[in-house]
Design a binder for this molecule. Structure first.
Ligand SMILES: Cc1ncc(COP(=O)(O)O)c(C=O)c1O
Length: 425
């Protein structure tokens, strides 16, 4: 088992003086306390006994209907009975690995990938092989070549793991053509796809793309795609409610794996989520109105962060401007190591790029910045602090690269005696 870089980071970001651009946090401070109280009162009045009781392992049907409604908003039709409610999307990663992975099996993933997935996979002794990502997401040809090469070494490739929308951490979106090619590759190679999609509805501009799940399912059930969804980023990570849609035989095993893990996800939280996703605001669902306001907020914050990066770091760094999601992936000159930079940064936290690679080596000059979870002034101050650390590190690296001063001719430095060779001693 490995420590998750994310867990370690949370300890640091608990300190009030630290500006955290590190977590994968949405902004929950925008949620109305009055609405929260109303929803809780609704749960208390309508279903207190149910909220306080154990529930079915697969989750309450009413919350599965809400999850299916969220998927429908992204164009994926799914029967709520084909959904397993989980304790956040993170539990899906754990359950899928628990169910499918034997020690040494390979998961092909994007490089960089979601840092929290790596320890979940490593706990079941999966090997994670990471393939390059460009502006259109995972490079599918590289994934195909990797599967062929791994198989020729006698390795068993079990899963293709992808975060198709506003990828965590790179911010890129898998193009429609690549979604089709990835699905075709998975079918041809008889490998399952794990589509991890917490961010699809957090789009600020551009056209939404169909989920890989919907490309696979057509009229019926998907056969190749295991789909991970969560209420964390569109509503609240604190409720710890997510879901998985998987082909029936796998779903049954996931259900068994979940029984062993936690019997069921909290019915209290499921009922709270249901109350919110059923609530109306005027003529429309309250969650859609809330999501609209969150999208507008995050979009503004993204723009503030991009402007601050341009102002403070300019030519010292490069980054993409994602069309949605929560993250910017920033690359510095290859001579930088952002793990060292984090240690040197004054009161600001970010995720060093190495955390997004299984080998802990690649991504050394990159960092992931969350633009959604902090107010604008904090984003600006956080980037100022990072830029100060970058300039400090740059000065240090420059000093180290200076040629060593020459000894003065005939000066006080004693010439070293040539070393005698070992065999002469
Ligand atoms: C890509 C991805 N998958 C899964 C998760 C887990 O989310 P949760 O367990 O809160 O649903 C996250 C959280 O940051 C994520 O970014």
């Amino acid at each position: 088992m490995r420590s998750s870089a994310m867990r370690d980071m949370f300890a640091l970001t608990e300190r009030p003086e630290v500006i955290s651009l590190a977590g994968g946090l949405p902004d929950t401070s925008t949620f109305s306390p009055a609405l929260y109280a109303r929803l809780m009162a609704e749960v208390a009045e309508g279903s207190v006994a149910r909220a306080l009781q154990y529930g079915p392992t697969e989750g309450l049907r009413i919350v599965a209907e809400c999850a299916a409604g969220v998927m429908a908003a992204e164009g994926s039709a799914v029967d709520p009975d084909h959904l397993l409610i989980t304790t956040g999307g993170q539990q899906v990663l754990d359950l899928v690995a628990k169910t499918l992975i034997d020690p040494g099996d390979v998961i092909v993933a994007e490089g960089p990938t979601y840092p929290g997935a790596l320890p979940a996979f490593a706990a079941y002794q999966a090997e994670v092989h990471q393939v390059a990502v460009d502006a259109e997401g995972m490079v599918v040809e590289e994934a195909a070549a990797a599967i062929a090469a791994l198989r020729s070494e006698g390795k068993r490739v079990k899963l293709l793991y992808t975060i198709p929308n506003f990828q965590n951490p790179a911010g890129v979106t898998l193009s429609l053509e690549r979604r089709r090619r990835l699905l075709a590759l998975a079918k041809e190679a008889e490998v399952l796809i794990l589509e991890d999609n917490p961010y699809g509805l957090l789009r600020y501009e551009g056209e939404p793309l169909p989920t890989i799940h919907s490309l696979d399912s057509g009229e019926g059930e998907a056969e190749t795609v295991i789909y991970l969804g969560t209420f964390s980023k569109i509503f609240a990570p604190g409720v710890r409610v997510g879901w998985v849609v998987a082909p029936a035989p796998i779903r049954e095993k996931l259900n068994l794996a979940k029984q062993g893990a936690d019997l069921c996800s909290s019915p209290l939280c499921q009922l709270f989520v249901t109350a919110f996703f059923r609530a109306q605001e005027g003529q429309r669902p309250a969650w859609e109105a809330y999501l609209d306001s969150q999208r507008a907020l995050y979009r503004r914050r993204r723009d503030v962060m991009v402007a601050a990066l341009t102002r403070e770091l300019g030519p010292l760094a490069s980054w993409n401007t994602p069309e949605g999601g929560l993250f910017l992936w920033v690359n510095l000159d290859p001579s930088f190591d952002t793990t060292d930079l984090l240690a040197r940064s004054e009161q600001v936290a970010f995720v060093p790029g190495r955390a997004a690679f299984y080998d802990g080596q690649r991504g050394a000059n990159a960092m992931r910045l969350n633009f959604a979870g902090s107010p604008e002034e904090e984003i600006e101050e956080g980037i100022r602090r990072i830029a100060a650390a970058v300039r400090g590190e740059q000065g240090l690296l420059g000093a180290l690269r200076q040629p060593a001063p020459k000894a003065p001719p005939g000066g006080s430095v004693l010439p070293l005696q040539p070393r005698r060779r070992r065999e002469q001693r």
